[in-house]
Design a protein around this ligand. Structure first.
Ligand SMILES: [Zn+2]
Length: 257
């Protein structure tokens, strides 16, 4: 199941959608609290489901982090990397292990061009349905592929669909994974025009923002507007914001040895 499938399913059950959304908000609230408590000196949270980070005892800087999920995908990732390279912008990619296995050169290119790579599971499941062993297998399979390609294992993970019950937060903490959510959801996976993606960014952008976009998806998804929006986004905000990677934004290491 991909984002499209999940959200289409939501649409068809309006009553269930409200319950699901409320449930998701509760989950994200708890996740935010747990995650922030684990790093009290560095991280501050605001209202859930928005997760907003800023350095304590320092003025908030005009830093934002662009993040891309579900790649690498040869239809979109190379073009996106070209745009980022031309603009001198570094981003964070939460990659699916099976895609990384299929397109190893794109993972190597991400790292060689200064981007950060995080773990987005191996097969993009709803991890709330996974046992401890299944979840750890998803993490380790992807970590191992990234390690083979780059010599480093990622510390960051992002749960598919943002779904993460408290029990699974504890599981991930037991293997020292840092869960990274987002504060601006562009909903680019819907295949919306670049202008609509930009509108969502304008609504949510602020210092310390983590912007969620996608550089990969299912065959029926059209993400061709995402690179267009990224180029416009960089043009529009590069004079007022500095684009940095999630590890730079949070002052955390991105990889373990
Ligand atoms: Zn995803």
């Amino acid at each position: 199941m991909n984002c499209h499938d999940l959200c289409t399913k939501r649409k068809t059950h309006q009553k269930g959608q409200r319950f699901f959304s409320l449930s998701l908000i509760r989950r994200l609230s708890l996740l935010c609290v747990i995650f922030c408590l684990s790093m009290p000196s560095q991280i501050r949270s605001q209202e859930a489901p928005i997760v907003y980070f800023a350095q304590k005892n320092e003025p908030i800087k005009n830093h934002i982090a662009l993040t891309f999920d579900d790649g690498p995908d040869p239809r979109y990732t190379p073009h996106l990397l070209d745009i980022l390279k031309e603009a001198g912008v570094h981003a964070t990619f939460f990659v699916i292990g099976s895609n990384a296995q299929e397109h190893p050169d794109l993972i190597k290119r991400m790292v060689s061009e200064g981007h950060t790579v995080g773990n987005h599971t191996f097969s993009h499941p709803n991890i709330s349905r996974l046992s401890y062993d299944q979840l750890i297998n998803e993490m380790e399979a992807t970590d191992n592929i990234i390690f083979q390609l780059t010599g480093q294992k990622p510390l960051f993970m992002r749960p598919p669909f943002g779904l993460l019950p408290p029990s699974h937060v504890a599981m991930l903490q037991s293997v020292n994974k840092k869960v990274i959510l987002w504060s601006v959801d562009t909903e680019d996976w819907r295949g919306i025009p670049a202008g609509d993606i930009l509108h969502k960014v304008r609504d949510g952008i602020r210092p310390g923002a983590i912007v969620l976009m996608h550089d990969g998806g299912s065959r029926k998804q059209d993400l061709s507007q995402t690179p267009v929006a990224v180029k416009k986004l960089i043009d529009e905000y590069s004079s007022s914001f500095e684009f940095i990677t999630v590890d730079q934004l949070l002052s955390l290491p991105a990889y373990r040895k």
